[in-house]
Design a protein around this ligand. Sequence first.
Ligand code: DAH
Length: 358
Amino acid sequence: MDDCFSVRDELMAAVETATSVDELERIRIGALGKKGRITALMKDLGRMEPEARRETGAALNALKDEIATALDARKAALADAELDARLAAERIDVTLPPRPESVGSIHPISQTIDEIVAIFGEMGFMVAEGPDIEDDWHNFTALNIPREHPSRQEMDTFYLPGESDGLRKVLRTHTSPVQIRTMVRTPPPLRIIAPGRTYRCDSDATHSPMFHQVEGLVVDESTHMGHLKGCLIEFCRAFFAIDDLPVRFRPSYFPFTEPSAEVDIGCTRKDGQLRIGHGDDWLEILGSGMVNPKVLANCGIDPKRYQGFAFGMGIERIAMLKYGIPDLRTFFESDLRWLRHYGFRALAVPSLVGGLTP
Ligand code: DAH
């Protein structure tokens, strides 16, 4: 019995001071395993007198239970302590400021194109596209700009190396060739806009060698100047989100339209500050006109049966006006600070009323 008591005290002390689950397992095997100390004491029972065997057997069974219970309790305590330590170490401080997210933003040109497409889309226009590298016929001749025409010189064209027919391809100087491509390919009625890149050999605070335009074209049997005016007034008011924005049509000249009109919107200029809206001043924002019958005929459309109107405007220009961006060159400098300032949040949905709804 002496043995039994000393083994108990030793084992209980070891369990009590164990500092890991592994150590507890070693204690368990040392006491209760095949070669364990309690197991060895159990084996000795066989050699005892019946009376002593009963007594010692009962004490050893009780000891086995006691040790097993103590092992379990210590194991649970160690697991709790481990969890407490982990919780303390991994605690999340919800008062910390969030890490800055690096989210991209929409370039003002893309945003402006999206808005233009949304506005004309609601009027039933489809988006058409054409190539940046154009041939002479689509960029000039079909638009009633023959070789000796002065407006060819005005356009500061980028020419590509010569073709075998002697006519050099060009980087399109305007989006108007998309009108031609559309009319040649698709019979009327037509209602398209064509936003895209355009190129002219010119560079200063208000000119970039690459810039963007959007072209518009409507052709139908009964299209007239009233449609042109209604459509463009509606666009200007929706784009600048000013319901009663004054819009003026001023006679002008383009080879591809007859008659032609430039469109001005009302503004004020005070202390060097330009404000779109009411005022005594005007600001030109786009060119337009009734499609020249010669252009319709060049595209195989009968000018006696069909008429149409067209318009074209610079996208940077109207983006600068709407969003107060002072220098055209900054659009293409890819300065992230500029983009963070003037860029737009993704998923903003353009709408006809009041500009943007987030
Ligand atoms: N293509 C002209 C330009 O680049 C803009 C333009 C004016 C387009 C009148 C048109 C139009 O379709 O009718 O300056």
